[in-house]
Design a protein around this ligand. Structure first.
Ligand code: TRP
Length: 345
């Protein structure tokens, strides 16, 4: 961070506010964010502008979910005293940097980004790809570099976006003739991507296989009941498969008692352990994890104005950080800076 009074490495990460966050977000990134609040200078971005790149037909959804995602952040233990929560559309420097970076990436390269390719497929855009969507990797590079972030906690599906950010960074630095922007590293959890309760590769609200962080006790129990196990494990006495068995994948992700989980796996493989017993343990683990989150969320939801005030304060703080970076990048590239906020660089 160019902030001399705070030598900690900077984290920037964000979420598209298109629905409440779920267990996949928690395992993939939220847990690390809560853990890193002291060792890092952390910014969380409510990426409403990026959300619009595939939701321009439903801006109301994006608007409503800004509060929902902010509530999820606070409920899981993000502390606004230690982490700055900010709104992408409230940071005009990000849009300016995006326009600048679009000159440092080719359309062919954007089209080759594996995440973009998958998402285009999943959204069924066909040949009618919104330009904003194709170009959002340049906007994400703007998000990351505007804060001079070096650490980006994300799920593994985001790795190609961090790679593309770093390509843009190298090009800008080459043009500037100095390391004006830092290289970012994706912080991807070892556990990998959390599958949906149906065993599909990704947990996602639109696939109907997600467990939201705000799930009620009954919804949690129902999700565990429906959860995909080993389809060939018909009787408790049969030997069962642990690999690809969602119940065990979730125990690996959320049960802190590793020894007990290892023991359950061994018994399951050997035969003699029924799905109901393993599911009952997972239900206990998830109920214990989500109960305090749900309670905090409900309490905070009673005062939405206070939550929005947190977002307003954070966005104000982030505005000067991001504007300073924009000025520095423009000036390093030899562009005109009409009215520098941070003085001459
Ligand atoms: N693309 C991310 C997602 O879909 C959200 C995001 C926006 C983000 N800006 C970011 C993630 C910057 C990391 C860094 O979840």
């Amino acid at each position: 961070m160019p902030c001399p009074s705070d030598p900690r490495p900077v984290i920037l990460t964000g979420d598209r506010p298109t629905g409440p966050l779920h267990l996949g977000h928690y395992a993939g990134s939220l847990k690390s964010r809560v853990a890193l609040q002291d060792s890092h200078r952390q910014f969380l971005l409510l990426a409403d502008t990026q959300a619009l790149t595939d939701n321009a037909d439903d801006p109301g959804k994006v608007r409503r979910n800004i509060l929902e995602v902010a509530l999820d952040y606070l409920a899981v233990g993000i502390d606004p005293g230690r982490t700055t929560i900010c709104l992408q559309s409230g940071l005009p420097a990000l849009a300016d940097l995006t326009l600048l970076y679009l000159n440092f990436v080719t359309v062919a390269r954007l089209e080759r980004n594996p995440t973009i390719k998958d998402e285009i497929q999943a959204r069924g855009f066909g040949r009618d790809i919104p330009a904003g969507f194709l170009c959002y990797p340049a906007a994400q590079a703007a998000d990351i570099t505007a804060f001079r972030a070096t650490v980006v906690p994300v799920g593994d599906d985001q790795a190609p976006l961090i790679e593309q950010t770093n390509e843009i960074v190298r090009r800008v630095n080459r043009q500037a003739g100095r390391e004006i922007l830092p290289i970012a590293t994706a912080l991807i959890p070892e556990i990998g991507r959390l599958p949906g309760i149906d065993g599909k590769a990704k947990m996602s609200k639109s696939l109907g296989n997600a467990v939201p962080l705000s799930a009620t006790p009954d919804e949690i129990a129902e999700a565990v009941r429906r959860m995909y196990t080993d389809p060939n494990h018909l009787r408790a006495s049969d030997p069962g498969r642990v690999e690809g068995n969602v119940v065990f994948t979730y125990l690996d992700a959320f049960d802190d008692d590793r020894e007990a989980v290892a023991e359950l796996k061994a018994r399951y493989r050997r035969g003699g352990l029924g799905d109901a017993t393993v599911k009952s343990r997972l239900n206990d683990v998830l109920q214990a994890l989500l109960a305090p989150i749900r309670e905090r969320r409900a309490a905070l939801a009673g005062d939405p104005e206070r939550v929005l005030e947190v977002v307003r304060d954070g966005t104000r703080a982030a505005r000067s950080v991001t504007q300073a970076t924009l000025d520095e990048v423009r000036s390093a590239l030899g562009l005109f800076v009409l009215d520098p906020v941070s003085g001459p660089t």
